[in-house]
Design a protein around this ligand. Structure first.
Ligand code: SF4
Length: 367
């Protein structure tokens, strides 16, 4: 196990579309969180079995909602428990509203990649999304990170109500001008349990098919190749942490709501900070859910994860891991799609760019 994820469960405010596990931080929360996280890391870091960690991802929530002094504590806990490989990819997620020069100063020599929640370069769109930053802050955050020598990734969102193709194109153009190493483009969806789910919004969303297709056309012309359904990068700047996840690799997840995949098991920590802290204080595991990956539904999920990437399902390793029967079943189901969407060269099966545009329909066939 060489990949570690750490979840920071705080945000400055809750975005109305967000289904991630996070809450607005109260005064005592940081200390509670760090104490519980330290206990979990002490208990579970031996699962790394002495391996040098090759990817560490600190996500959330909003890691930059942690104060610089909490970051000092977090870095010291991580360094005390894990050995990072010399070329380890260490990513921190950042929001333009909370990222400060002090964070950047503390990260030097530890973090080397910053994923910035830009979402849009249009202030009206940012206001609709309930973001607490504006376009100017997003640009400043990008420049701050780039000047400090960090690799950067931008998250962008399309399919907002009233968002025209021209408006989306302008967002992409401004993103490319800032020259991040990586861009993730997500369609706005209304998730159950979010504030948007209580509003009559679903009919107002823009059909994102054309927007997505435009990103697939525009970003490669700016030097960003598509390597996953929602991910584009400059050559060699793919997210190694996420590639391991999509390849169904092992990872250790720490913090409230974090998922782990170790051996044949996938488990999830308690999402609520108070419950997570209680479990850690009483010496229990923080896990509240566990499933066995050897079962067929999980193998199908692994197939879908693999089809998210341009590498697709590599038949040899899939067969070794999940058996010939399942491999044959999936191969037969995917053979029903035209070659314009799905290509099987006998070694691997993968989606074409047109296949990525209808990926949900293809995945449904497997699941
Ligand atoms: S900042 Fe990110 S994690 Fe926090 S509420 Fe907004 S979308 Fe969710």
């Amino acid at each position: 196990m060489k990949s570690v994820y750490i979840h920071v469960p705080f945000c400055e405010s809750k975005c109305p579309y967000c289904a991630f596990s996070s809450a607005v931080k109260k005064t005592a929360d940081e200390e509670t969180y760090l104490k519980a996280l330290e206990a979990e890391i002490a208990a579970r870091s031996p699962l790394a079995r002495g391996n040098a960690i090759s990817t560490l991802y600190i996500g959330g929530g909003t890691p930059t909602a942690l104060s610089p002094s909490a970051w000092l504590g977090l870095i010291s806990i991580i360094k005390g428990a894990f050995r990072l490989a010399p070329d380890a990819e260490v990513t921190a997620e950042a929001n333009p509203s909370t990222l400060s020069p002090r964070h950047v100063g503390l990260w030097r020599g530890f973090v080397n990649r910053v994923s910035i929640g830009v979402q849009s370069f249009n202030d009206a769109e940012l206001a609709f999304l309930g973001r607490v930053h504006d376009t100017r802050q997003a640009e400043e955050a990008a420049l701050l990170c780039a000047d400090a020598g960090f690799k950067t990734s931008f998250d962008l969102m399309f399919g907002l109500p009233g968002q025209t193709l021209r408006g989306w194109g302008e967002n992409l153009r401004r993103a490319a001008e800032l020259s991040p190493d990586h861009i993730s483009a997500y369609q706005l969806t209304i998730e159950p349990g979010t504030l948007f789910a209580d509003l009559p919004l679903s009919g107002a969303l823009t059909d994102g098919y054309g927007h997505y297709r435009f990103a697939q056309w525009f970003l490669p012309r700016k030097g960003y190749g598509q390597y996953e359904v929602a991910s584009f990068s400059k050559p060699g700047e793919e997210s190694r942490h996420n590639l391991n996840y999509w390849a169904d690799g092992e990872y250790l997840g720490l913090g409230p709501s974090a998922w782990s995949h170790i051996g044949a098991s996938r488990s999830k920590n308690a999402p609520d900070l108070a419950e997570y802290a209680r479990m850690m204080a009483s010496g229990k595991s923080a896990s509240v859910y566990e499933e066995n990956l050897a079962r067929a539904p999980n193998a199908r999920q692994a197939a879908v994860l693999a089809l998210r990437t341009k590498n697709g399902i590599v038949w040899r390793s899939f067969k070794e891991r999940h058996g010939k029967t399942l491999k044959d079943e999936i191969e037969e189901k995917l053979a029903r799609f035209p070659k314009s969407l799905v290509i099987n060269d006998g070694t691997a099966v993968r989606l074409t760019p047109a296949g990525f545009r209808v990926a949900n329909k293809i995945w449904e066939e497997i699941i």
